[in-house]
Design a protein around this ligand. Structure first.
Ligand SMILES: *Cc1c(COP(=O)(O)O)cnc(C)c1O
Length: 228
């Protein structure tokens, strides 16, 4: 077995044991393999081990990887990095999901530019849950209104929220950081049809994220190794 397939098995085991520990249903927590900075060959290895959903941070790099891997059926590409408005077309044409929509203008452009030949673009609204002034994400107080507007756009399907709190020093602190996201997600899910996704948790804090209700963990380092 390759290192990547061993790592994938170990991450899946971690997710599974967190689900058992915190009374979550394992199939309710999806694994997004974050392949940013790693070559297409690394994605092929993960694919051979059964992984289908991959996350990319940089639009140009991600779009190129989708083309280089177009021969693999059933791949699902997620954009999780910042989106400049002059790059929305690449995202609308090459990705299945976007987690990092943080303003209405970006959502409107993605909807206008989503080709009719493709299914709706699946979208999460990124929320800046810990309020850092120069971080991406809308304010928690703006999230419901913005989610309602995004849900009206014709070529998008609003699926939920993404959060990236500051790295926490330990499990308890990570849980505390994730808690507001959990509450916001529950309240938006009750108000908007089709919302089912809380994109939350990475290699270092996935156990806390599962405890606090994540439905999709985004894991890079623990699968592909350290990035240079
Ligand atoms: C890089 C990245 C990840 C993966 O982080 P790891 O610590 O390598 O697991 C998850 N989410 C986002 C938004 C990222 O940019």
């Amino acid at each position: 077995m390759s290192m990547i397939s061993d790592n994938l098995a170990s991450v899946k085991a971690q997710i599974h044991s967190a689900c058992v520990e915190f009374a979550r249903t394992p199939r309710d927590v999806q694994l997004l393999a974050v392949s940013k900075t790693f070559p297409a060959q690394a994605v092929r290895e993960a694919y051979a081990a059964g992984q289908r959903a991959f996350g990319e941070n940089y639009i140009q790099e991600g779009a190129e990887k989708t083309l280089a891997l177009a021969d693999l059926p059933d791949l699902e590409w997620h954009m999780i990095g910042p989106i400049q408005s002059n790059k929305t077309r690449l995202v609308a044409e090459h990705f299945h999901w976007v987690h990092s929509v943080d303003r209405l203008k970006i959502a409107q452009r993605l909807s206008e530019q989503r080709p009719d030949t493709l299914p709706h673009l699946q979208v999460c609204l990124q929320v800046n849950v810990d309020g850092g002034a120069n971080k991406s994400g809308c304010l928690p107080s703006e999230a419901l209104a913005m989610a309602q507007e995004i849900a009206q756009l014709p070529r998008l399907q609003l699926r939920g929220l993404m959060v990236i709190p500051e790295p926490a020093p330990d499990f308890v602190a990570a849980c505390t950081a994730f808690m507001p996201a959990r509450e916001l997600f529950i309240s938006i899910k009750q108000k908007i049809n089709g919302v089912d996704t809380l994109s939350m948790g990475m290699s270092a804090d996935l156990r806390a994220a599962v405890k606090e209700g994540s439905t999709m963990v985004r894991v890079g380092t623990a699968i592909f190794g350290a990035r240079v």
